[in-house]
Design a binder for this molecule. Structure first.
Ligand SMILES: Cc1cc2nc3c(=O)[nH]c(=O)nc-3n(C[C@H](O)[C@H](O)[C@H](O)COP(=O)(O)OP(=O)(O)OC[C@H]3O[C@@H](n4cnc5c(N)ncnc54)[C@H](O)[C@@H]3O)c2cc1C
Length: 432
């Protein structure tokens, strides 16, 4: 038990908020966890999809996700982590190619052998990189063009960047991109076989264990209880407002997307607010389909084809065979002010269904058993060159107020594993 037992409010019950709450409880403090949604999980939350519990967004695990393995161990569910030998595909210029193996690259007829050699060298370089600071200041597309050449960049990467980052596509950090390539490149059983993991029962299995760990340590979880405001007195956190009620607290740790912060904490100094406002995010509109038949044999299918306006589809059932006949996720990323974002969910669902006959000519509409579409506004942080220096410190200028969100995964991309790692650092900052 600490000398002074503090009362903490943790904001957000995604993996980061849950983990932060567990760490603060372990240190002997009182913790209330507030979540705006009607369920825990944030981006990892599940829903009932026509009788199947499944995540709103697909989730896979890589062999490098050490912090996640430790957490599964700590929660007593290490045996729930399963591995599948997965296949990757590439839909390019009206044709579906196998992808992700040396043989597939050799047979790919859109690139010359020098392009292919350059591609292999890039993957080998990223696999061997440990310290990403040197790449933090480099711009990703320029870095890719230098390593791969224009032809390879235009065939394989340009459509992905354009469809995911739009006007931001030429202002991304090479460190962020490099860690993404490395994470997937290292998730292999051998050089020929990609191996990805999933949690039996989905991320919900882990989230529920984390919920139990919080409750068993005396923590409280409040759902549909968004924090409306954080008030301060003499430069330190004083109280939070939830459902119109002011609740006194000694510390607040927020794990919600940081763009919410300026409105939540009106007393934040202007220079700190300016740093937050400089960080941009891209929303996702993610279509999920349940099909009666397998669409392709791939888990991940990259799409580099002008007739399809999504960067790829994920056939989750090819990773987790327990998830039904065929579950396909199709994510659209676009800024909120993009004209297509204003369309309703049904329009996105129809668009995806319209593409499926290209990916598998045997597809017919009666394969579609159920559809769903979900949006998350702050789904993907745009990490420009120099992002290390842009990130505001976790300890804000207000005593007792600490912040982080998925931007703090940098240089890694967002993942449950990184949320767990950042949560531990966040809890240390809050306890200091
Ligand atoms: C399309 C997609 C695919 C992904 N694929 C993978 C994958 O394959 N593998 C992987 O590991 N990860 C993946 N991720 C990322 C993973 O889901 C996230 O890294 C993780 O869920 C982030 O958790 P978090 O707790 O850090 O943040 P969040 O999930 O953003 O949680 C923040 C929480 O704060 C809550 N909140 C906001 N405002 C308030 C308020 N005022 N008061 C109270 N609560 C509030 C929100 O409702 C939310 O629940 C994917 C994400 C997306 C969108």
């Amino acid at each position: 038990m600490p000398a002074t037992r503090r009362r903490y409010a943790v904001l957000g019950a995604g993996p980061m908020g849950l983990m932060t709450a567990i760490e603060l409880l372990k240190a002997g403090h009182e913790v209330d966890l507030y979540e705006r949604d009607d369920r825990i999980g944030g981006m990892s939350a599940s829903f009932d999809f026509d009788g199947l519990r499944i995540e709103r967004y697909y989730h896979f695990v890589c062999r490098t996700d050490e912090a996640l393995f430790d957490l599964l161990d700590e929660m007593g569910i290490a045996d729930k982590l399963k591995w599948t030998d997965t296949a990757m595909g590439l839909y390019c210029d009206g044709r579906l190619y196998p992808w992700g193996t040396p043989g597939a690259l050799l047979r790919f007829d859109k690139l010359g052998w020098i392009d292919k050699l350059r591609y292999v060298l890039l993957v080998l370089k990223t696999k061997g990189t440990r310290d990403w600071r040197a790449l933090d200041r480099l711009e990703a597309t320029a870095w890719l063009k230098k390593w791969l050449g224009m032809r390879c960049y235009e065939v394989l990467w340009e459509p992905l960047f354009r469809l995911k980052f739009h006007q931001h596509m030429d202002r991304l950090s090479a460190a962020w991109l490099g860690t993404r390539i490395r994470r997937i490149a290292l998730s292999r059983r051998n050089p020929l076989q990609e191996t990805l993991g999933f949690i039996e029962g989905g991320s919900e299995t882990l989230l529920e264990r984390m919920r139990e760990a919080i409750l068993s340590r005396g923590g409280r979880i409040h759902l549909q209880a968004g924090i409306e405001r954080v008030d301060t007195q003499a430069g330190r956190v004083n109280s939070i407002r939830v459902r119109g009620e002011d609740i006194p607290v000694d510390g607040v740790v927020t794990t919600a997307p940081i763009p919410y912060l300026p409105q939540l904490v009106p007393d934040l100094p202007a220079d700190f607010v300016a740093r937050i406002r400089a960080i941009e995010n891209i929303p996702v509109v993610c279509v999920v389909l349940k099909l009666s038949q397998q669409l392709t044999g791939n888990f991940w299918l990259n799409i580099c084809d002008p007739s399809i306006e999504i960067p790829g589809v994920v056939e989750y059932s090819n990773l987790n065979p327990g998830s039904g006949p065929a579950i396909v996720y199709a994510p659209f990323y676009m800024p909120k002010d993009h004209p297509r974002y204003a369309r309703d969910n049904a329009a996105f669902i129809e668009e995806v269904i319209g593409y499926l006959g290209k990916l598998n000519p045997a597809f017919t509409r009666d394969w579609v058993l159920a559809t769903h579409c979900h949006r998350y506004e702050y789904a993907q942080t745009v990490c420009p060159p120099g992002f290390y220096a842009m990130l505001p410190p976790m300890q804000t200028p207000i005593a007792g107020l600490c912040v982080a969100d998925t931007a703090y995964h940098y240089p890694e991309d967002r993942s449950i594993c990184e949320s767990v790692k950042v949560a531990k650092a966040l809890a240390r900052a809050a306890l200091a």
